[in-house]
Write a protein that binds this ligand. Structure first.
Ligand code: 5GP
Length: 214
């Protein structure tokens, strides 16, 4: 169990899933509905794909800019994935702490584990597809990938799922989007009420009241 003494203000919420599990849609719905939500836009050295926009899907930078950011300590975590660098900004953590908000990180399992090592109060949620068959069907429905790509993605998905279910705090099964969203929302509500995370300053308990007659 997380010790209350390790808790700091704000909630760092990491969402991970194999591609095709519906995690990004869940993350965006949460962002819209949770007061004080901050979405972490990762920085990457890969090129934009399709309709991706700089500053919306990612901040796209070159390798030397990424390296400068590492040197300046601007990442809470960073990793190399498929030959490109990806990192989550430290500023999102600082903002969540300062505003007591919910920072949402839509990143992979190695990124989630790295954030948890630095911030043990971070909450890691893994989104599962209802079955491996359904995941494969969703990947095929995109009609963008060749068979070989789908086979590789399924292998990667299996390993991501194994690592996620072994190390994450919560599992949300996305069989029905609305129910999965309500499960995710319940995790956020419960975690915000955790002892140590609630702002109790309004109780003004620092100074004990003077005893009568003294
Ligand atoms: P894609 O290039 O398909 O958008 O993402 C490739 C992988 O990188 C995905 O598994 C995605 O979750 C992961 N990723 C995206 N942003 C970050 C990040 O900031 N840190 C880490 N560790 N992984 C990330």
């Amino acid at each position: 169990m997380t010790e209350p003494s390790l808790l700091q203000p704000g909630l760092l919420l990491v969402l991970s899933a194999p591609s095709g599990a519906g995690k990004t849609t869940l993350a965006h719905r949460l962002l819209k509905e949770v007061p004080g939500g901050i979405f972490s836009i990762s920085i990457t050295t890969r090129r934009p794909r399709g309709k991706e926009q700089d500053g919306v899907d990612y901040h796209f930078v070159d390798v030397s800019t990424f390296q400068e950011k590492i040197d300046r300590g601007e990442f809470v975590e960073w990793a190399e994935v498929h030959g490109h660098f990806y990192g989550s900004p430290q500023s999102v953590v600082d903002e969540a702490r300062a505003r007591r908000g919910v920072a949402i990180f839509d990143i992979d399992v190695q990124g989630g584990q790295a954030i948890k090592r630095k911030h043990p109060d971070a909450v890691l949620v893994f989104v599962l597809p209802p079955s491996m068959e359904e995941l494969e069907r969703r990947l095929r429905d995109r009609k963008t990938d060749a068979d070989e790509t789908i086979r590789r993605r399924m292998l990667a998905a299996r390993s991501e799922i194994e690592r996620g279910i072994a190390s994450y705090d919560y599992i949300v099964v996305n069989d029905d989007f609305e129910r999965a969203y309500q499960d995710l929302r319940s995790v956020v509500v419960a975690e915000r009420c955790r002892r140590g995370r609630v702002d109790l300053s309004m109780l003004k308990l620092e100074k004990p009241p003077a005893e009568p007659g003294r």
